[in-house]
Design a protein. Structure first.
Length: 130
């Protein structure tokens, strides 16, 4: 997903281009505004943490570009996570999306599922008909 800061900064094309140049395929994509219920469901694993409310407010402040990406069965998650870069912007390496483009950890441009069960849950939230 391109988070609100990526959409606001006009980085959707850059991010999608990197995904496609890597050889991954978008199977669904939609620019949409997440309501509070969707944002809370998306970040359910963080409920109860001190930063949870900030995540929900951030995700709902403006549109996101939600994507479902397909690639090799055995390592799509690791490919995407490598492309995205470390969550903390100071740790994100050059060449990654966050390393090249993000300027603040609280607004680190992209979200990527990290394992099959989270991807299935998120896919059902964002693209229930897929």
């Amino acid at each position: 997903m391109c988070k609100p800061d990526a959409v606001e900064r006009g980085l959707i094309g850059e991010i999608v281009g990197r995904v496609e140049r890597k050889g991954l395929r978008l199977v669904a994509a939609e620019l949409r505004h997440a309501d509070r219920a969707l944002a809370e469901a998306h970040y359910v694993e963080h409920r109860g943490r001190d930063f949870y409310e900030g995540l929900v407010v951030f995700l709902t402040r403006s549109p996101v570009f939600a994507m479902a990406v397909e690639g090799p069965d055995d390592n799509t998650f690791s490919i995407v996570r490598s492309m995205v870069g470390a969550t903390f912007v100071d740790d994100a390496l050059p060449g990654t999306i966050r390393g090249d483009l993000a300027i603040a950890t609280a607004e680190n441009l992209v979200h990527a599922s990290d394992k099959p069960d989270s991807a299935e849950r998120e896919l059902a939230l964002w693209f229930p008909d897929l």
